[in-house]
Design a protein around this ligand. Structure first.
Ligand code: IVH
Length: 669
């Protein structure tokens, strides 16, 4: 290998790390995106040519991989505690006074900073390199999500500057910026996927994704607020965070030191307003005692430090007039009451509608026609009605009553015992339910037919082109050209999508059918157990409930679905259209029930097969792979370096540990 290559690789990595930092942390790029891409391509090329130069810390490793992996768990070195919450300036004053009283005669400096509303993360660095990233989990044990974290460009894989301890931990919050959050939700909406309620859910969901290439695409960011080590650079929080900033971390830019309560109050009033302009979600401020010696003296309660407190911003609330309550019917027939309001500005957006969820909530709020309602946005994007200003009620206003018949097809509604939801049972005649099923069928996680959004699905139904999901395969260009906004290109795209969907695997076909109660995960389980549509249609209640997680209600729903002549016809037409109606059986995998009834946890690292391969082997032999050890676990497939927390738990519950060789012997391999 040429010396040049090795030198150039080092040079490129340094350059890319520096420009990454300038772009993602400092927001002040010095080169254009295309110059950056050019350097990245050069590095990729050299690493391909000289595989011996590859390094997992190289900036090229930030793109994630398509490999699926289940997360290993590990115990935190120091537990991740939460913070005590306060909701008023008075309570913050009280906190400061309590701290001062506990440290008589001492000068106490308080640091105020932003409380970011994302998903907390702990990063471990050794010799200036990121070696592990762990989610909060239950505070004691978390999931190891290093590969996903590496895709976040503002997190340094290799530290810059100097003075970092040999080993340290840094904690922060992983966030999905508002813009990325809105982009992601718009994309999900177009694909008929459920929306994330807020950036926090989106961030924590993203961190737990199996496919780090998808994580890389989502645009996460991270801010850091807590440095832990036996060998810290300074004796106070503020300087430690400044040092961390010097090593390349994005620390909260809103960070200030205070000596008086007046200053703290001004800081709260200022940020209660200004936070609304920040690019990421925040839910309050955090106040911390600056001196580490004082922190140590103050100590901890069982749940949180005595040296810090969170001040939570009040959810934004507005008062507006109820115009009317509408009742909307979804894909599954559930009828949702929606408050239609006089438009009102709330957290930067105009709110005209808010869900009232169900009949119980409508009656608990005791809403009357024309009431003045309180609307809140909290951390959720979908506004909530939280109360009624009863003093403003018009005399004689009628209470809002829930409809007893479907507002669209007039069928009397039904409600299952113990359920909050009223349902229109006319599943095959009620238009919004049919349109909802069309939308679901074409969604990205189902048949993935591009170009049919909710508006198109409705038009296809209204024009009579699609009344059953099977009609999608009979659509013609001529029909599609009559739809609003369709030209030859978009029509062609739909037909190409329908054509490509013939290759979509059987488990997604099962999901696409909209069998009541059978979601994505259950469709997979049911499809794998049945292996073909013919077998699934013939399965008895006993056979269905023997499938992992299928209860009697779901079994009955599946049986009822296939007992209906209309569904049988749809299935036959889909089969005739060429959809995958069975799992591929030419996979060459032998199956057995040698592990039937076993619940096995996989832990540690292995030499003969990957974790995913072991997971597959457990399932192919009739066993169940579970994520965490409980009383129900029958064995732990233990590799090397199994986490101490898991080891201890298995011992205390008397669960046998089996080595990979023992396991392979058990399944005769
Ligand atoms: S300090 C031992 N500082 O809020 C104290 N936490 O409600 C460690 N959070 O679990 C936490 N911004 O996930 C701290 N500037 C900040 C924060 C912050 C957000 C989160 C963190 C913590 C939770 C507690």
């Amino acid at each position: 290998m040429s010396l040049f290559a090795s030198q150039r690789v080092d040079e490129l990595r340094d350059l890319l790390n520096r420009h990454n930092y300038l772009y993602y942390v400092m927001n002040s790029p010095e080169i254009s995106d295309s110059e950056f891409d050019c350097l990245m391509h050069e590095l990729e090329k050299l690493e391909r040519e000289y595989p011996e130069l590859d390094d997992e810390y190289s900036p090229t490793h930030r793109i994630g991989s398509d490999l699926n992996r289940s997360f290993e768990q590990t115990a935190h070195i120091r537990p991740m505690l939460s913070l005590g919450n306060t909701y008023s300036i008075d309570e913050v004053d009280k906190f400061v006074n309590t701290v001062r009283e506990a440290l008589p005669g001492e000068q106490v400096t308080i640091v105020g900073e932003m409380k970011y509303d994302g998903s907390s993360i702990s990063l471990i660095y050794e010799d200036g390199r990121l070696i592990r990233a762990v989610t909060r989990g239950d505070g004691q044990v978390g999931d190891v999500v290093t590969e996903n974290i590496k895709t976040i460009r503002s997190i340094p894989l290799v530290l810059q500057g100097e003075g970092w301890p040999k080993t340290f931990e840094i904690r922060g919050e992983v966030l999905l910026p508002w813009l990325e959050f809105e982009r992601l939700n718009a994309e999900r909406e177009a694909n008929g996927e459920p929306l994330f309620a807020n950036p926090r859910n989106a961030a924590s969901g993203t961190l737990k994704m199996q496919n780090s290439a998808e994580v890389a695409r989502r645009g996460l960011d991270a801010f850091f607020y807590y440095l832990l080590s036996d060998d810290l650079p300074a004796d106070n929080h503020y300087e430690n965070m400044q040092a961390a900033a010097g090593w390349g971390f994005k620390v909260t830019p809103v960070m200030q030191k205070f000596d008086t309560i007046d200053e703290i109050e001004r800081f709260i009033s200022q940020w209660d307003v200004e936070r609304k302009g920040l690019p990421v979600a925040t839910d309050g401020l955090v106040f911390k005692v600056n001196s580490l010696r004082q922190q140590l003296n103050l100590g901890y309660t069982a749940k949180s430090p005595r040296w810090a407190i969170a001040f939570k911003f009040a959810a934004e609330r507005a008062l507006t007039k109820l115009r009317f309550v509408s009742f909307e019917v979804g894909r599954t027939g559930v009828v949702t009451p929606v408050a239609n309001l006089d438009p009102v500005l709330l957290s930067g957006t105009i709110v005209k509608r808010a869900s009232l969820h169900n009949a119980d909530i409508v009656s608990a709020l005791d809403i009357h026609q024309g009431d003045m309602l309180y609307v809140e946005k909290g951390g959720e994007i979908i506004p909530k009605i939280t109360g009624v200003d009863t003093a403003a009620r018009e005399p004689g206003a009628e209470p809002v009553s829930f409809v007893s018949r479907c507002p669209v097809c007039d069928t009397p509604l039904t409600r299952d015992e113990g359920e909050a939801a009223w349902i229109c049972p006319n599943h095959y005649g009620c238009p919004p339910q049919i349109v909802g099923r069309i939308e679901h069928f074409v969604g990205r996680r189902m048949m993935n037919i591009d170009g049919i959004g909710s508006e198109t699905a409705r038009q296809l139904y209204d024009k009579g082109f699609v009344r059953s999901i099977a009609d999608i395969y009979d659509l013609t260009v001529k029909q599609l050209l009559t739809l609003d906004g369709f030209g030859p290109r978009s029509a062609e795209r739909v037909l190409e999508g329908a054509d490509a969907s013939r290759q979509v695997p059987f488990d997604r076909v099962v999901y696409a059918l909209s069998i009541p109660g059978v979601g994505q995960t259950m469709s997979k389980k049911v499809a794998r157990a049945a292996r073909s549509i013919d077998r699934l249609m013939a399965m008895t209640r006993e056979e269905l409930t023997a499938i992992d997680d299928v209860g009697p209600n779901m079994a009955d729903e599946i049986i009822a679905y296939f007992a209906d002549e209309r569904n049988l016809q749809t299935v036959e037409r889909l089969r005739a259209a060429g959809l995958q109606m069975q799992m591929p059986d030419d996979d060459g995998i032998e199956r057995s029930d040698l592990l039937a009834g076993q619940s096995i946890v996989i832990s540690g690292t292995f030499t003969r097969h990957s974790r995913d391969e072991y997971k597959a082997k457990i399932e192919q032999n009739g066993g169940k792979n579970v994520g965490s050890i409980s009383k129900k676990t029958t064995a732990v497939l233990a590799g090397e370096n199994m986490g101490p927390a898991k080891l201890e738990k298995a011992r205390s519950l008397g669960i046998p540990l089996i080595s990979e060789d023992q396991f392979l012997a058990m399944i005769g391999g």
